[in-house]
Design a protein around this ligand. Structure first.
Ligand SMILES: C[S@@+](CC[C@H](N)C(=O)[O-])C[C@H]1O[C@@H](n2cnc3c(N)ncnc32)[C@H](O)[C@@H]1O
Length: 718
């Protein structure tokens, strides 16, 4: 898009009128920033140890190699750490695509990023999108809800925080829970794909309208009865008009008009209200949008605070001090047409106008600033503008229940506000879906329970998505997208008795110790006599996920995923019995429960042999490893590669990998991309690519001969 096309009179008129920036000069600066290309940003993801090691590789190896680069006579700046991101684990660089494709050092860095993104060690995410989860401050014991989660970049951050006790080799089983929800069924699958990079026994994915999220029943040991689940942390990253994303979604320059935001206010408010009702007493909500529009931001927050006067905005000015932000607005005006020409300062002014009643009825009083806006600490909301730190635009507000009684001045501006301002039909709907929603006080006493780099996050800040109605205030959830009335086809979630014969045999064969939480193993089918013997995969969850699944109807919850897949059945070829094997994605969860002497020991040389061909013959391995293999039975095995430095390759910490032994050959049971990433990270070249190319040039058959072929393909995981 040409710079000259990056303008929109309606946008400029509307936002100048809102006074979102103190002076005209700064407003121009913001517009200029909106017209510039957004830098590429990413964060290092995964367990603390992995993050530390990978970040050190970027700092010590990549940055120095990129620090003195010139391309076509121009100096190219190296990646820099995002100043406000904790521990320097997020980075940004701004180089043209052709530099990434042609300049050797940047090309190498780019493939490093692509592969590490594929395996989940790097998350390409717009920098402002990293902000809301940081303010949520999630701990491993927290019950967390991500109400509008797809495609899931923030879900990944929440999951990492829940798993902060993980080590480089094993996944902890947090006592907390993360429910990632999205009303768009297709997008929940993006969510599942994204979170597969960090498999968690504490994760559930649901497909519901967040504004009418049902109560979840769980046992409350304190009262010996069932209670309802209240959440410690809730993220409301609501659907929005997305005008903060214009640097990336350039179509918004052309299409922007004020009714986009007007049409979303009601849905946004209802989602936030629902979160307030589901929050644990000392819990925290983060509300965010990628929009600059006060009607989607401060108006929603002010209305919610007036509906729930026991809530307040938290002063987070000392958190992430390097993050530049502007205070929330206490004054704004409403445009009631597409052209942004007709403005009304108050709802009363609109009502007294000569506009027809139908037009008037499209607007809610809550879209204007309430009279008591001065009492709401609205300046504690955070507005992030593109010119401040070369980012997209964003809005973030942090809400908690008040520690003290509401101050006398903080009374509802209109005690009937909820009934009047959020149409009754909606409330009835909410209550029907969620029987007997308790008052906030009641729920608080409830029981405590991109190429990869280029495309990964494109849809994160896309405007509201398909469920966003235009032009009219949303008066009810959109059935088409919330799945309501749509058939829900998911296999059931069934917990096995811990002495189930197939599970017992599987655990014995894989040498899993008795403390393995087999009571939390589930399968994705109903257990009849005929299915009991044909279980394909075993999954594991934590206690809380089990409590939710066993006490609620998974169909009502529209549960699309839960727990981590750990073991899967492997057909073993002619004459051999099928066996279960440990999945690569499940290994970090299972590892603490594998008998130590069942784990084989390899070396960098062993690993190189595994990476150099798909099905290396046993005889091609060095003797020390061959002896161990000869003593092992065929099937699923685990190998530990201890730290080692040899011939320019460095392994800094223990690495555990699943392998498969067939009669004469072995195979590393991780997918191709993970193999390439490992090869590049440790040996600085992609052996797999070399092996594939060699096969092509030597005209060697693509697959090994039958006698060598293990009964599976190497990338069978998933
Ligand atoms: C801004 S995006 C969320 C981005 C996401 N949090 C992330 O970081 O990847 C808003 C999401 O809300 C979903 N959505 C729209 N209406 C919804 C509703 N009523 N309930 C739940 N989700 C909704 C959309 O499908 C979209 O995925």
């Amino acid at each position: 898009m040409e710079k000259s096309d990056m303008t929109n009179e309606r946008f400029i008129r509307y936002y100048q009128k809102q006074g979102i920036l103190p002076d005209a000069g700064e407003f121009e600066e913001m517009l200029d920033a909106f017209r510039r290309h957004l830098p590429t940003t990413f964060r290092v993801a995964g367990s603390r140890q992995t993050v530390h090691t990978l970040n050190k590789t970027i700092t010590d190896v990549h940055v120095p190699s990129l620090s003195d680069v010139t391309f076509e006579g121009e100096k190219i700046p190296p990646p820099v750490q995002i100043p406000w991101y904790p521990e320097g684990y997020a980075w940004q660089f701004n180089v043209p695509k052709k530099v990434l494709r042609k300049q050797p050092e940047f090309k190498k860095f780019h493939s490093f990023l692509v592969f590490e993104t594929e395996v989940g060690n790097i998350s390409r995410q717009e920098s402002v999108s990293m902000v809301p989860p940081l303010f949520l401050d999630v701990q491993p014991h927290h019950k967390v809800m991500d109400m509008c989660a797809a495609p899931g970049s923030k879900t990944a951050q929440l999951l990492e925080a829940l798993h902060s006790a993980d080590t480089a080799t094993s996944t902890s089983i947090p006592s907390g829970l993360l429910i990632a929800n999205d009303s768009d069924h297709k997008r929940t699958h993006l969510l599942i794909h994204q979170s597969a990079r960090l498999p968690s026994p504490a994760l559930m994915v649901t497909n519901l309208d967040a504004s009418s999220y049902p109560l979840i029943k769980v046992p409350n040991p304190a009262i010996g009865k069932m209670g309802s689940l209240a959440f410690d942390r809730i993220l409301c990253d609501v659907p929005c008009s997305g005008d903060g994303t214009m640097r990336k979604n350039m179509g918004i320059w052309k299409s922007w008009q004020p009714m986009d935001g007007n049409g979303l206010h009601s849905l946004q408010l209802r989602i936030l209200q629902r979160a307030m009702r589901m929050l644990e007493k000392n819990g925290r909500i983060v509300y965010s949008t990628c929009s600059l529009n006060p009607v989607e931001n401060e108006a929603v927050i002010a209305a919610a605070l007036n509906l729930y006067p026991d809530f307040e905005l938290v002063d987070v000015s000392n958190t992430l001090p390097m993050l530049k932000r502007m205070p929330g607005l206490s004054k704004w005006t409403m445009s009631v047409d597409r052209t942004a020409t007709q403005f009304f300062e108050t709802h009363e002014e609109l009502m007294a106008s000569s506009l027809d009643q139908n037009t008037k009825n499209r607007f809610l009083k809550t879209q204007w600033a309430p009279e008591n806006i001065g009492d709401l600490n609205i300046e504690r909301c955070m507005r992030i503008y593109p010119h401040l730190q070369d980012t997209g635009g964003f809005f973030v507000a942090v809400l908690e229940r008040k520690k003290k009684e509401p101050a006398p001045s903080r009374k509802r501006t209109n005690p009937e506000a909820e009934a009047e301002e959020v149409p009754e039909a909606k409330r009835t709907k909410v209550d029907a879906a969620a029987p007997a929603v308790p008052a906030p006080e009641a729920i608080s006493t409830a029981p405590s329970i991109e190429s990869a780099m280029d495309t990964t996050e494109d849809s994160v800040h896309s405007p509201a998505g398909p469920s966003t109605p235009k032009d009219v205030p949303v008066t009810s959830a959109n059935d088409k997208d919330t799945g309501k009335g749509k058939e829900f086809r998911e296999d059931p979630y069934t917990y096995l008795p811990d002495n189930h014969p197939l599970l017992k045999t599987c655990l014995e064969r894989l040498q899993i110790i008795p403390s393995f939480p087999s009571q939390n193993v589930l399968v994705r089918n109903t257990l009849t006599d005929s299915t009991s013997n044909s279980i394909r995969s075993f999954y594991i969850s934590n206690d809380l996920v089990k409590a939710v699944i066993t006490n609620n109807d998974y169909q009502k919850l529209r549960l699309t995923a839960a727990g981590t897949k750990v073991f899967t059945k492997q057909e073993a070829g002619k004459g051999l019995e099928a066996q279960y094997r440990v999945l690569g994605e499940g290994l970090p969860v299972v590892l603490p429960f594998v008998k130590p002497d069942a784990v084989l020991k390899g070396s960098l040389a062993t690993l190189k042999t595994f990476l150099e061909s798909y099905y290396p013959l046993v005889r091609t391995f060095e003797e020390e490893f061959r002896i161990q293999i000869d003593e092992s039975s065929t099937g699923s095995l685990i190998v530990r590669f201890p730290p080692e430095e040899k011939g320019g390759a460095t392994l800094t910490h223990d690495l555990y990998l699943p392998i498969w032994k067939s009669n004469v050959s072995l195979s590393l049971m991780i997918d191709k991309k993970a193999k390439s990433a490992l090869s590049l990270r440790l040996f600085h070249e992609d052996f797999l690519l070399k092996a594939t190319n060699k096969k092509r040039t030597d005209n060697v058959p693509a697959e090994p001969t039958e006698s060598e072929t293990p009964p599976i393909v190497a990338e069978a995981d998933g």
